[in-house]
Design a protein around this ligand. Structure first.
Ligand code: NAD
Length: 481
């Protein structure tokens, strides 16, 4: 296990302080395979200082030049898509095909999208008799981005690309659970000669590196994606210095299936939304609400399809579900399944660990699990599990479906399956969610606002929203008299 990762600070690869290494595990085998530097507050201070020094030059570049740099990084990443996909698959345990078809192409797309956006961003002007007002959109300075383990490079690029595009310099802190592709991207940035200090990566633990970034007085904003508990803590810390925050947090998303749902892609998509990445996507639909007239037919078909899913080696092309990301997470998800049983839930399929043959026999695999018989207010139906576990509940009316969907503290996304257009619009308006899909799921246009309500977050990412977050608006008013 001799891969040793490094920070990227001021354009240089920096190793760990003596002995301060964290083990990185391969979820499919349960074995450590790399070492990640355990960064310190002083590494963060060095990265912030490098970013501070780089900021005047980077922010003064024409937007087209910043776009060109971000585009070069996208090109370099695209040229290595297979290496990055293999690394992401190994680090997270996700099927190689998923990393190859979703994670890494989306990371490239994020970079290209915000490179282009940098050249298109515009601000407003308001004319009035004898007076004109206009808005300047100015970069903030040094900003911090903190990302989770489930979609490592996808979400890391989603955060730092708009920050750079808007003219900021960045200190990034990827998850210590899955740090490999962020490190590889840092190496690519060095290879292409990305301007030193503009983009820094400090690896290490959340409560050390992440907290130091959040608390650093020169960091003007924190864009965070992760759990609600950590998000609340970051919001508290940032409140003391009135630091800008964007918080993308947990979810407990509802999938509403009406009896008139168009059948063509229904089961395939609901299955994907339930179990993609072993259910470890914030947008996964973990509560399936089904109109009673269609409940039994849908349930039986879903369970049959879930039972047919192949759980196994993520490197194997036939695999649908790899392991969950860590031993700690495996224990948490298994405890949630046990809790569901104690709460009176009937486990219709799954509910058990899986032990594949061969090299993956010590990995952290869980069978896709479908549970019924639980009401809306139990812990299983209100707390985030973030694993391959979904519940089924039946409803009779639109009002009941809406009440069930909204009966959690979260409000990230929802998907509605119906052929009734008026019903779709009515529900979209009334669901407590930042993102609503109708007859589809995780269909993302990068221009649309992305984020959650209630305990799922504060603020929006995507398109202009991200560029607005990473800039301050200054109003200038001129008397023309
Ligand atoms: P987490 O909150 O444990 O960690 C997220 C990041 O925050 C990691 O890089 C971690 O090191 C860092 N961190 C931890 N403590 C910190 C602190 N005190 N100060 C600063 N940084 C700190 O989340 P996770 O387990 O990595 O990810 C899973 C969670 O992320 C789930 O709740 C999931 O729903 C959520 N998520 C949300 C979205 C979204 O867009 N809303 C997307 C993906 C994941």
């Amino acid at each position: 296990m001799e891969m040793r990762l490094t920070h990227l600070i001021n354009g240089e690869a920096r190793s760990a302080d003596a002995g301060a290494w964290l083990e990185v595990f391969e979820p499919a085998t349960g074995q450590p395979y790399a070492h990640c530097p355990e960064g310190s507050a002083s590494d963060v201070a060095d990265a912030v200082e490098a970013a501070r020094v780089a900021f005047p030059g980077w922010s003064a570049l024409p937007a087209a030049d910043r776009a060109a740099w971000i585009g070069r990084l996208a090109d370099a990443l695209e040229a290595r898509v297979d290496d990055f996909a293999a690394a992401e698959s190994r680090d997270v345990g996700k099927p190689l095909s998923l990393a190859r078809n979703l994670d890494i192409p989306r990371a490239v797309a994020n970079l290209r999208f915000f490179a282009a956006a940098a050249t298109q961003f515009a601000s407003e002007s308001h004319g009035a008799p004898g007076v004109v007002s206009y808005t300047l959109r100015q970069p903030l300075g040094v900003v911090g981005v903190i990302s989770p383990w489930n979609l490592p490079l996808y979400l890391f690029t989603w955060k730092f690309a708009p920050a750079l595009a808007a003219g900021n310099c960045v200190v990034g802190k990827p998850s210590e659970v899955t740090p490999v592709t962020a490190w590889m991207l840092g190496e690519l940035a060095r290879e292409i000669g990305f301007p030193a200090g503009v983009f820094n990566i400090v690896l290490g633990r959340g409560h050390v590196v992440g907290q130091a970034l959040v608390d650093h007085p020169r960091v003007k904003a924190i864009s965070f994606t992760g759990s609600t508990a950590v998000g609340v803590r970051i919001a508290e810390s940032c409140a003391r210095s009135l630091k800008k925050t964007s918080l993308e947090l947990g979810g407990k998303n509802a999938t509403l299936v009406f009896a008139d749902a168009p059948r063509a892609r229904l089961l395939d998509t609901v299955l994907r939304s339930a179990f993609l990445n072993s259910g470890q996507i914030c947008l996964c639909g973990s509560r399936l609400l089904v109109e009673r007239a269609y409940y039994e037919e849908f349930r039986d078909a879903l369970v049959a399809r879930a039972q047919a899913m192949v759980v196994g080696d993520p490197a194997d092309a036939a695999t649908h579900l790899g392991p969950v990301v860590s031993k700690a997470h495996f224990d948490k998800v298994m405890a949630c399944i046990e809790l569901a049983r104690q709460e009176g839930g009937r486990v219709l399929c799954g509910g058990v660990a899986v032990q594949p043959e061969g090299r993956c026999r010590d990995g952290w695999f869980i069978a896709p699990t479908v549970i019924e018989g639980l009401g809306p207010s139990c812990r299983t139906n209100t707390e985030e599990i973030f694993g391959p576990v979904v519940t089924l509940q039946a409803f009779d009316t639109d009002e009941e479906a809406l009440a069930l969907a909204n009966a959690t503290p979260y409000g990230l996304s929802a998907s509605v399956w119906t052929s009734d257009l008026s019903r779709a619009h009515r529900l979209a308006e009334n669901l407590d969610a930042g993102v609503v899909w109708v007859n589809t799921w995780m269909n993302r246009d990068l221009r649309t606002p992305f984020g959650g309500v209630k305990q799922s977050g504060l603020g929006r990412e995507g398109g202009w929203e991200a560029l607005r977050f990473f800039t301050d608006a200054k109003s200038v008013t001129i008397d023309l008299g």
